[in-house]
Ligand binder design. Sequence first.
Ligand code: ADP
Length: 483
Amino acid sequence: MHRVQDASLFRQQAYVNGQWIDGDLGFTQDVINPATNELVACVPQLSESQVHSAISAAQQALAPWQALTAKARQQILLKWHQLILQHSDDLARIMTLEQGKPLAEAQAEVNYGASFIEWFAEEAKRVYGETIPGHQADKRITVIKQAVGVTAAITPWNFPLAMITRKAAPALAAGCSMIVKPAPQTPLTALALAELAHRAGIPNGVFNVVIGEAKKVGQILCESHQVRKLSFTGSTAVGVKLMQQCAPTVKKLSLELGGNAPFIVFNDADIEAAVTGAIQAKFRNAGQTCVCANRIYVQSGIIKQFTSKFVKAVTALNVGDGFDVETDIGPLINQDAVDKAKSHIANALSFNGKVLVGGQPLTDSGHFFAPTVISNCQQNMLVAKEETFGPIAPIFEFDDEAQVIEMANDTDFGLAAYFYANDISLVYRVSEALEFGMVGVNTGLISTEVAPFGGIKSSGIGREGSRHGLDEYLEMKYVCVSI
Ligand code: ADP
């Protein structure tokens, strides 16, 4: 059942300069299925000199790639896009195998991930410059945009495919080359993407996947003068470290870091719709996304109704192996994730939180955790202060708009926020008052390639997707001609 149809997509070697390579020191790392704890694959850990070679290869590949027209790059990228869709079943299986998410969610991620390639392949044809009226009679001023150069991406395990394409697509479309370091838990999806990039005709060295000890590889990429940009998605703690490491070379940075999304339901909301949205925003990927609803604020007039419908919907969710078609929620990625969920629940209970459903890990093998609803939550609990990254929905009661805005903004993070309401004036007021980079109104799903994804405050720097996502891989150059 788990077998891929095209066996050459199941790669267990790194991909550098168009070649599949093993680690020259012989070190390897295991890839584990989080649903069964079984060994899935063994991939090499590259040595420091191999990571340096990847940077050199990306540097060498840069000039001829940049010299192509945007349309020529578009043609190659569209081929990659097509191949990804053609092999979406295999890619989804590989993803579920190493990451655990339900197969249908993995399929959706393949489509979502592929959409960035199509979008940016098209968008790069429209990298327009500017002409500016000269400041003196004999001066002519133009602004052109050029590829940043060699770029690096460090990506997380929760979206093993889309977090790579969301970075690689704009980079390659703009004329940059890229070295990707995927998360150690999910290298196989990244390597399958590399195989398809190779088949699409992306020239050697333009797209590379290195695997190795995160700290060491990260340090080499950050400290390199040749690497001109780093794009990172992951935890705020690691993002801060990488930012520090990039300071000496004044690297351009994009950081997509942690979130702590509020999900607010006002008295006049459509309660059924809010329940559906809360289920989507909270439990996708078992609660392991940076835009997952972390805190659910419900206005006092409807809290009873909302809570009973929400608990009913949560009770109906099936937890199981992602390959089982009945499964809504797969395992958490590892034991640390299970321990964090447990500690958040214990902490909520110690402050008089009430578990209405779930509340503990399930006893099967793997890292399965019961979808949980906790009522009577307070701002001083860990579930309010930290990103839970698990299937736990804490419900907080509020009385009025000013109070909930203050509660929602009471966090260092500023990635996504959601609210359900119908009063149009309130919709505008709250959208503007929320200190977050993205706001979903009457919807629990906000990710799309056409809109700028990203956060403010400790949630990051820069945007991915939309035309703004391309700017992250372009430098502006102003040319002043004296005639
Ligand atoms: P998580 O805790 O969800 O795994 P991380 O921020 O630790 O999130 O991981 C995201 C990515 O950052 C992964 O690819 C991981 O290997 C990488 N990473 C973790 N620590 C470092 C580090 N010190 N330097 C560079 N990359 C790192």
